[in-house]
Ligand binder design. Structure first.
Ligand code: FES
Ligand SMILES: [Fe+2]
Length: 365
């Protein structure tokens, strides 16, 4: 059936054929992806800036698993499955905030920030009830610079093993992640499968047709793609005309020399555009087989002023809107039943193959 290992499919992926259309449209495949990818992988959940003080929290949805990250009294980050041990209500529904303790909104079971159950109203005299049996269930949390990652799987290998050389490659661009601050956060809802959104991210073959502004910025003839076990990176130098300000784009100025665009398995991308310190983060959240929510976080170093942030934000928002139209068009086409496997141009689209093979491996092993 849909996600059984098949030597024929594996070989076709190697040769540049895409995953079958049903993998992008079938709710059963989507359920498998939640179980085998999103319930087991490290996922970017937010910025350490949101977790500076005792009691600060943020929430994240890893497939069907809600996760809560809190800063505890000792100053460490703790992550829990964000589900009450009484009868399973999601505990914290806000995205971010600060709390002294975690109280369920249903019957007011109250947990300390270290996850222990402090009180269950009416518990006195209840036979065989021991609060110690009902601590919150831990999840994994770790950081890379200002980025907080979570993993619902307690047995998963450490984040650093998956990141490999990515942190070094980011620092080699010249951007100092310690200096960045969040300036804007946008949410886009897209009527396309999450893999369509990432496929689109992973090639710039479409850039000359679809992104005139981007194509006037980056030298696509010198565009490079590198692949690692759990991430891939695309990079390209700025065109001379853009550097000299003749293309009417955002003001580039001094700073990072090349565009650097990294995809980290399964649903995080990190984009560094030429110019003064900026990094934009995209979090790709599957909603169902046909819908995806993308969260864009625009971060800058303090020296970038408000007008430059506006200009850059408008530039990227335009690129993103162009991409959304493309992704939604692909999703409609995949539903037609007339294209099963597409054919990649591997000289331009090898990072899609890299991604699709990770999907294939995760669903079939
Ligand atoms: S479900 Fe949380 S207190 Fe009842
Ligand atoms: Fe694009």
């Amino acid at each position: 059936m849909r996600v059984r290992a098949s030597a024929k499919l594996a070989q076709s992926l190697d040769r540049g054929w895409t995953l079958p259309a049903s993998w992008y449209t079938d709710p059963a495949v989507h359920r498998e992806e939640k179980n085998r990818i999103f319930h087991r992988a490290w996922q970017y959940a937010g910025l350490t800036d949101d977790l500076r003080n005792h009691g600060d929290f943020l929430t994240y949805q890893a497939g069907d698993v809600p996760i809560l990250v809190v800063k505890d009294a000792k100053g460490s980050l703790q992550a829990y499955i964000n589900v009450c041990r009484h009868r399973g209500s999601v505990l914290v529904n806000q995205e971010r905030g600060r709390r002294k303790s975690i109280q369920c909104g249903y019957h007011a079971w109250t947990y300390a920030l270290d996850g222990t159950l402090l009180a269950a109203p009416g518990e006195n005299g209840e036979p065989e009830f021991d609060r110690a049996d009902f601590s919150l269930i831990p999840a994994q949390v770790d950081t890379w610079g200002p980025f907080v990652f979570v993993n619902p799987d307690e047995g998963a290998r450490p984040l650093a093993e998956y990141l490999g050389p990515l942190p070094q490659m980011v620092s080699d661009t010249g951007l100092d992640l310690r200096g960045i601050r969040l300036a804007r956060r946008d949410t886009y809802d897209i009527a396309a499968n999450w893999k369509v959104v990432l496929d689109n991210y992973l090639e710039c073959y479409h850039c000359p047709t679809a992104h005139p502004a981007f194509s006037h910025l980056i030298d696509l003839d010198q565009y490079e793609i590198q692949e690692f076990p759990y991430f891939s990176a695309q990079s390209g130098p700025v065109l001379a005309n853009a550097r000299e300000g003749r293309e009417g784009l955002y003001e580039i100025g001094p700073g990072v020399e090349s565009g650097f665009y990294a995809y980290f398995w399964p649903n995080f991308t990190l984009n560094i555009y030429p110019g003064p310190g900026n990094v934009s983060l995209n979090l790709i959240l599957p909603i169902d087989a046909d819908h995806t929510r993308v969260i864009y976080e625009y971060c800058f170093v303090d020296s970038v002023d408000e007008a430059a942030v506006d200009e850059f934000h408008a530039f990227l928002d335009q690129v993103q809107r162009e991409d959304i139209a493309l992704c939604e068009s692909v999703q409609r086409g995949l539903h037609s039943g007339f294209v099963d496997q597409g054919r990649l141009l591997l000289s331009r689209e090898s990072a899609l193959r890299h991604f699709q093979k990770l999907v294939y491996r995760s669903l079939t092993q």
